[in-house]
Design a protein around this ligand. Structure first.
Ligand code: NAP
Length: 378
């Protein structure tokens, strides 16, 4: 009996440790009212993105849910309008796997939205999809959705972020970046099998940290700052949706016990978007609402710059490619299968419950001209 009690006590003690170190997320705080400001959250129809969008809406922001599925995006926008009591939550179609879709989203956004104050790159495909034989992309899908698509989107929306400065870009990364390694000779090569995909996921998360670093350098003095954020281990669908049916009843309760809620996971991205006074930390990596040191590979400025140049090429922004391409560019590696043309799976659409005037005091600064630059001004 004593041994049983001791065992139970130890188990409880271990859980309390896990709970306070892993599960419990510090609340984000930051600017209380976002009235008159506009935020874009990618992949906002579920998990961390949805909870991030909810908090932004609760604080009064106009929130654009940039999602690849109209059905899921519209449903999330409806939920968030109900839950936040804020009618300015809208859906716009964005498939980050398609550069044509990224460009179409940017064009639609810039022609309909006069402001952009917060851009949150949250979307990520679940690693393991390709290994289930469901996708046959001629490029590295994880790098495309997690880095190249966001890179291009940032580039296209930068003029609007600059006119609305002080404004912020948040890249939702992961502690998995610590296992990442960027091989520039095969950056965009397709990955096959779940092991390669998990590796590619870590690599793409390292790319997120390096991108935030280089972007901060490029944007110095513009009033636009950027941050990489790790949400913590979160009980979302990212990894769980591909768990085999028979394992689900075991893993889901365990995940509920030892992982953060998506709302908890949203706290660090929100902190990076809203906390006053962190501008001098632009380009840094945050976890648990604190700035954190990263390993040498993630603070290598030469690698960050090299990635920037490679990303420009892969995003179709290389020299002479600044005009809107009709097709996604060829993969970097000539040994890979030829690139498909990427027609939009969905036309860019905006769903809006009410036409709401933008009463921002900064509207006089806003230009409606769509500007596309090769590179942000230093
Ligand atoms: N969960 C964790 O433990 C954890 C830990 C560290 C970092 N993160 C990061 O947190 C972020 C959010 O993940 P989550 O856990 O909330 O996962 P999630 O619930 O699976 O959400 C991922 C979102 O990304 C969207 N998405 C996937 N492919 C897309 C594409 N091609 N274009 C546009 N949107 C796309 C998904 O849309 P669909 O519904 O249409 O698939 C979904 O809305 C990710 O960047 C992830 O790497 C998560």
């Amino acid at each position: 009996m004593e041994a049983l009690l001791l065992g139970a006590g130890l188990l409880l003690g271990a859980y309390v440790l896990v709970y306070y170190n892993l599960v419990k997320a510090p609340p984000c705080g930051g600017i209380a009212s976002l009235r008159g400001r506009t935020a874009v959250v990618t992949g906002a129809n579920s998990g961390i993105g949805k909870m991030t969008a909810l908090e932004l809406a609760r604080r009064g922001a106009r929130v654009v849910l940039a999602c690849r599925s109209r059905e899921r995006g519209e449903a999330a926008a409806f939920d968030l309008r109900q839950e936040s009591g804020n009618n300015e939550v809208i859906f716009m179609a964005l498939d980050l796997a398609s550069l044509a879709s990224v460009r179409a989203f940017a064009t639609a956004f810039l022609s309909s939205e006069p402001r952009l104050d917060i851009l949150i790159h949250n979307a990520a495909p679940a690693p393991g999809i390709s290994s289930c034989g469901r996708t046959h992309e001629p490029f590295n899908l994880l790098l495309r959705v997690n880095h190249i698509g966001p890179f291009l989107l940032t580039h296209l929306l930068l003029p609007r972020l600059k006119t609305c400065a002080p404004s912020r870009v948040v890249v939702v990364s992961s502690a998995a970046h610590r296992r990442g390694h960027l091989d520039f000779t095969r950056l965009d090569r397709p990955v096959v099998g779940w092991q390669q995909e998990l590796r590619a996921y870590a690599d793409s998360k390292l790319a997120n940290v390096l991108f935030a670093r280089e972007l901060a350098t490029q944007l110095e003095g513009t009033g636009v700052t950027c941050y990489a954020a790790h949400p913590g281990p979160v009980n979302s669908e990212l990894f769980l949706r591909h768990v085999p049916g028979w394992l689900s009843p075991l893993l889901r309760p365990l995940a509920w016990l030892v992982l953060r809620t998506p709302r908890g996971g949203a706290q660090t991205p929100l902190y990076c978007a809203l906390q006053e006074g962190i501008e001098p930390l632009s380009g840094r990596y945050f976890a648990n609402c604190h700035v954190e040191e990263v390993p040498p590979a993630a603070r290598d400025d030469r690698a960050a710059h090299r990635l920037w140049e490679a990303s420009k090429r892969l995003a179709g922004l290389g020299p002479g490619q600044d005009a809107e391409p009709d097709e996604d560019p060829q993969p970097e590696d000539p040994g890979t299968p030829s690139s498909r043309s990427s027609p939009l799976s969905e036309e860019p659409t905006v769903s809006e419950p009410h036409a709401i005037p933008h009463n921002s005091p900064d509207l006089s600064k806003v230009t409606h001209r769509i500007q596309v630059k090769t590179e942000p001004e230093p």
